[in-house]
Design a protein around this ligand. Structure first.
Ligand code: GLN
Ligand code: ZN
Length: 756
């Protein structure tokens, strides 16, 4: 039982793509013109109704609304407050098509920039704001949703991106301007919405302020203070719940405590020590506290003992405590019961969104003294903790025997000379990032093989045919360092997870990455090892078809962890070392098979960067050695490449240098090579391949444009250290774009080589 007017047990958000990815299908049909707006909206309404009624039937006290989105919740907020850039609003499209134009771009108006949502693999669309930006409540979506829910007999709790986080996520349209300056402009629009929601009978509204899980300036803390004093002074408003998640709140905790809001949601999972801070000061004495004790981002069943102990600590010091998730469940799949192929014992250790809601309900009752049966949960957690098969003695012995010299290569300058002698590459060598377009034929062959309709030999032949074709193409184009093209890979993490011990794959475990795009992260549940080579036969075959060097292609340990659900029963550093050793074995086998260049991709290095700067050193302390462990077991003549697909390195720059890779390829085309200056400033003195061709766009750059980009790059990096390559892998593009683009790329390199 919960006291009248409290929120009670709840979750901060829920998946929305649909248990069978119904929203993805409806969106893609609408975009392709094969489905109508009405069909899309019907699917959307049905998914919302399904979610609300399920949550109610499972017994949550408070049901969130507006956790649904047709594309992204930040874009929803931008549109709701009439802050879409004019390039979209002047197109004269319907509201829905204007929204999708901002999300996906149209020929005359490139899409808004997209970037990762804090330290997750979810991407949001970055609002662009300037001194002239104005806000007005132009949308009705949250109100419409309340009416929809009310029709089902549910008074929901609308969830909105909080005003301060919204402005902190925005980028300025001009230098020297901080979107936070717009706070006073924005607050009246929020207040108007709150008033309208109150008029609809809404009792509580949740405002998400995850930006305060990162370090913030005084000015930003002041904005938080201002915002909630201002919003709370409205008379006709719902009660306000402010949610901080993805870590502890730091100084924002005190600010929220002193603000005249009614409730605060705290993440008690990410930082286990945060509960002490909340309890110690009695910080939230007068507020209802939502104790986020069920992990919203990982898939393990909650230990009821640990969760209840944390929540109970706050009971003594807060007005009312309810159980919740640590963050929105957007980041986990829908339902573990749908996984019919999972090992039953492993399955019993897992909780996806649906199971997490059950956990919240059960823990909430237990917290308030109801007699509930926690024994199945206790037994599952105990079973996992005692499962001997998770631990592989050989793997543990190998990790324990590691010495510091296992992560050290000969000095870069010596290596670089030895490699140049052995590889004999021209100045400004050209290469690609690994994947080539995945044709329908390739996808069909993979699917048929998986379904058992194509036997191993026929499958191998199909892949070899494709590899041969891609090798010939690269030779004809005149590229210097070739790749096999990755036709055998469904995904750059899943491909490896399927071949390593300690990982399990799901069949329906989709998680939204952005818009209609979903990923299916593998589950890393036990000790990791590599029973046999994973990529060697393909690389070796490619190398056998050409005299030019073929670059082997692997995913790095940090990225494998970042894009999996990782065991939480040992430090990430320990798991990283195991994965690194598996990759190291693969690197060695590639080398032994005659591959002289190996690329180990780490596009997620920045994603795992802790939000609090104080935690970053500890992160680099394991992440950098993990990469080095994976890549340092080779001769000095073997060249190690790495690849990162983002251009704003900021705080990871020193780490990139410390990775000690011989060649680093990075995204740079959109930023017009600006990143090179940052690299120089950070003292980076290794070879670098700034992407000159933006593969995220269907546009084919002409040779003049590429020559000019390379010339810009040459202003920052000497020719001996400069590589010419696209921004990222080519798998999402078509050959009609890729062939001319690569021809121009090679042409640009040749043109510049010929210059005196
Ligand atoms: N080698 C991978 C590819 O080319 C790299 C992909 C990535 O950086 N995300 O597809
Ligand atoms: Zn990339």
């Amino acid at each position: 039982m919960h006291a009248v007017n409290t929120i009670g047990t709840t979750i901060l958000g829920y998946p929305r793509i649909g248990p069978a990815r119904e929203l993805k299908r409806a969106l893609e049909a609408y975009w392709a013109g094969t489905g109508t707006e009405e069909e899309l909206q019907t699917t959307a309404r049905r998914l919302r109704a399904q979610t609300w009624t399920t949550l109610r039937d499972q017994g949550l006290d408070s049901i969130p609304s507006s956790t649904f989105s047709l594309y992204d919740q930040v874009l929803d907020t931008t549109a709701l407050f009439g802050a879409l850039p004019e390039r979209f609003t002047r197109l004269g499209l319907s509201p829905l098509d204007t929204y999708f134009a901002a999300a996906r771009g149209v020929p005359d108006a490139p899409a808004l920039e997209m970037t990762k949502w804090f330290d997750t693999n979810y991407h949001y669309l970055v609002p662009k704001l300037g001194p002239d930006s104005r806000f007005a409540l132009t949308g009705t979506a949250p109100i419409d949703e309340v009416r929809e829910a009310r029709a089902l007999g549910i008074i929901p709790r609308p969830v909105l991106v909080g005003p301060v986080t919204f402005l902190l996520l925005a980028k300025a349209t001009e230098p020297g301007f901080s979107p936070l300056e717009l706070l006073d402009e924005l607050l009246p629009a929020y207040a108007e919405l709150l008033g309208k929601l109150a008029a609809e009978g809404v009792e509580w509204v949740q405002l998400d302020e995850p930006a305060f899980a990162a370090d913030r300036t005084n000015q930003e803390f002041n904005a938080l203070t201002r915002a909630y004093h201002w919003l709370a002074k409205e008379k006709h408003r719902p009660k306000l719940l402010v949610a901080g998640y993805f870590g502890s709140l730091g100084r924002a905790l005190g600010i929220l405590a002193r603000s005249p809001i009614e409730a605060v949601a705290v993440d008690l999972v990410t930082d286990a020590s945060f509960v002490d801070k909340v309890a110690a000061e009695g910080a939230l004495r007068d507020k209802e506290v939502l104790a986020g004790v069920v992990d919203g981002r990982n898939v393990w069943r909650t230990d009821p003992g640990v969760a209840l102990a944390r929540a109970a600590r706050l009971k003594a010091t807060s007005a009312h405590v309810s159980v919740s998730t640590s963050c929105s469940l957007l980041h986990v799949p829908y339902d573990v019961e749908a996984e019919t192929d999972l090992n039953p014992r492993l399955k019993n250790w897992l909780a996806f969104a649906r199971q997490k809601v059950d956990e919240v309900v059960l823990l909430g009752r237990a917290l308030h003294g109801e007699n509930v049966d926690l024994s199945p949960a206790r037994a599952a957690v105990a079973d996992r903790a005692s499962a001997a098969e998770l631990n592989d003695a050989d793997v543990r012995a190998r990790v324990a025997a590691l010495r510091p010299e296992d992560t050290v290569r000969t000095p870069y300058a010596e290596r670089a000379a030895a490699q140049q002698k052995s590889l004999n590459l021209p100045p400004l060598p050209t290469t690609t990032i690994g994947s080539f377009p995945q044709t329908g034929e390739v996808r069909r062959a993979r699917a048929a093989h998986r379904a058992g309709k194509l036997d191993d030999t026929a499958y191998r032949d199909a892949m070899r045919t494709e590899i041969e074709r891609v090798v010939r193409l690269q030779e004809n184009l005149g590229l210097d360092v070739l790749v096999h093209g990755e036709p055998e890979r469904n995904d750059m993490v899943q491909y490896f997870a399927e071949q390593l011990t300690g990982f399990a794959a799901t069949t329906l475990g989709w998680v939204q990455s952005y818009g209609s795009r979903c990923v299916r992260p593998p589950i890393l549940f036990g000790d990791v090892s590599r029973p046999k080579p994973m990529t060697v036969e393909w690389a070796q075959y490619a190398q056998s078809r050409t005299d030019r060097p073929v670059k082997g292609m692997l995913t790095g340990p940090v990225t494998i962890l970042a894009w999996s659900f990782v065991r939480d029963d040992q430090p990430l550093a320990d798991t990283a070392r195991q994965v690194a050793l598996a990759v190291r074995d693969e690197v060695s086998d590639l080398e032994a098979a005659g591959i002289r260049i190996v690329q180990v991709d780490e596009p997620a290095l920045r994603e795992l960067l802790p939000l609090h700067t104080a935690d970053r050193e500890a992160y680099f302390d394991w992440a950098v050695p993990a990469f080095r462990l994976a890549t340092s077991g080779v001769a000095e003549t073997t060249q190690i490449h790495t690849h990162m697909c983002y251009s704003e390195f900021g705080d990871v720059l020193p780490a990139i240098d410390a990775l000690d890779a011989d060649v680093t390829s990075i995204e740079a085309a959109r930023s017009k090579m600006e990143v090179l200056a940052d690299l120089n400033e950070a003292g980076f003195a290794r070879a670098v391949g700034p992407g000159v061709y933006d593969i995220h766009s269907p546009r084919v750059p002409d040779q003049t444009e590429l020559t000019s980009l390379v010339r810009t790059a040459l202003g920052a990096v000497p020719a001996e250290r400069l590589w010419i390559n696209p921004d990222c892998g080519l798998k999402t593009r078509g050959y009609a774009e890729v062939e001319p683009a690569l021809r121009h790329l090679v042409g640009a390199a040749r043109e510049l080589r010929a210059e005196p």
